[in-house]
Design a protein around this ligand. Structure first.
Ligand SMILES: Nc1ncnc2c1ncn2[C@@H]1O[C@H](COP(=O)(O)OP(=O)(O)OP(=O)(O)O)[C@@H](O)[C@H]1O
Ligand SMILES: [Mg+2]
Length: 343
């Protein structure tokens, strides 16, 4: 038995639009942006993860960078497979060495059957012998440490790169959920557009994301405001690089519309929650996870809107992969895992 276990590899994978994380033996062994750089001529993978991200928007005709996931689902299958394979290879152990590879992969709750099959196929392609899928809000809830099997309702708001998923979980199932394609990527795009419109300045996706992280805010007034952020970009009129300072109030202003849509989705989810579970949520509050949970003031803003307590998950970027890993350990007992036969 011990020998047998030695040859087993078990991976929990959070395949996200923005970031892919992998836990093996309870440890995070991969935490990389979901991106792959490919040689246009040969189709070979040149780099994956942060190495590929460094090349993003700086490529020439022979190299292209691809983010294989869009809005939480695989948009480019070949690139996704290359990326998953590259990331698993980063773990360092030679895969052929293992007689049995088992995986739990987390997927958005709004995913179609065809998309689910595609994820199974990708797992087969990297030699997984036993693959399960888990819905992202369920994984998030487990990662936060909630007891998802109890007859108590909990509401999770997971704001990732591609999607915001709002779900009520009770008795090992998703009772109701709302999924909108407005999340971190959309906020980044808002900032790019704003800089162009307001400051006649062209900036890339990575710069816009840095503005969001360093000077982003959901509120016009913050208790602990970040300092103004220096932004470098190209002047639209002169074509010459320039620098301007951006304040968090400005960023709050430009993100306002998208955040309103997230708030509306939260309200809709609350409206569709059965009353008995609504009373649980009234007592426990809402849980925010995903990278978007880190936006300054967002918890306060949602709390003001809903008049409910809002908790930010500890380490929100990693809650989903931790929950996925928890599911992997309990794959025999958790009824909510999806296997290939069920799709
Ligand atoms: N401090 C921060 N403030 C605001 N946004 C942030 C911060 N840190 C990360 N983000 C954003 O969080 C998003 C990534 O979050 P996460 O890793 O949870 O997404 P994902 O799981 O890859 O996407 P999805 O679940 O939609 O497939 C990115 O859009 C990133 O810009
Ligand atoms: Mg996610």
């Amino acid at each position: 038995m011990g020998m047998f276990n030695f040859f087993r590899q078990e991976l929990a994978i959070d395949l996200g639009t923005a970031n892919t994380l992998i836990i093996s033996n309870g440890e995070i062994v991969v935490d990389e942006p979901s991106i792959v750089a490919i040689n246009r001529k040969t189709g070979e993978t040149i780099a994956v993860g942060s190495k590929a991200m460094q090349m993003h928007e700086k490529t020439h005709e022979n190299i292209k960078t691809i983010r294989p996931l869009k809005d939480g689902v695989i948009a480019d299958f070949q690139a996704a497979e290359s990326m998953i394979e590259g990331l698993i290879n980063m773990i360092g152990t030679r895969r052929r060495f293992f007689s049995h590879m088992k995986m739990v992969i987390c997927i958005p709750s709004g995913i179609t059957e065809v998309e689910k099959r595609a994820v199974f196929d990708s797992a087969d392609h990297v030699d997984s012998k036993e693959t399960y899928l888990i819905h992202e809000p369920m994984a998030a809830a487990l990662g936060i440490g909630l007891d998802v099997e109890e007859p108590i309702g909990n509401m999770i708001i997971d704001i990732g790169g591609g999607t915001t998923e709002i779900a009520v979980i009770a008795l090992s199932g998703i009772v109701c959920d709302q999924s909108i394609r407005i999340a971190g990527d959309e906020l980044t795009t808002d900032i790019m557009n704003y800089m162009k419109r307001q400051h006649n300045m062209l900036i890339g996706e990575r710069t816009a994301e840095q503005i969001k992280i360093h000077a982003g805010s959901a509120l016009q007034e913050l208790k602990n405001p970040p300092p103004d952020y220096a932004v470098n970009g190209r002047d639209l009129m002169t074509g010459i690089p320039k620098q301007i300072m951006v304040s968090y109030q400005e960023v709050a202003h430009c993100l306002d519309k998208s955040i309103l849509k997230i708030e509306e989705a939260v309200l809709k989810a609350l409206e569709s929650t059965p009353p008995e579970l609504a009373s649980d949520i009234y007592a426990t509050g809402l849980y925010l996870t995903g990278g978007g949970a880190l936006l300054r003031g967002l918890d306060k803003r949602i709390s003001q809107k809903t008049k409910l307590p809002v908790h930010i998950a500890e380490d929100p970027l990693r809650a989903v992969v931790r929950g996925t890993s928890n599911a992997l350990k309990n794959s025999d007992t958790y009824s909510f895992l999806i296997d290939r036969k069920s799709v």
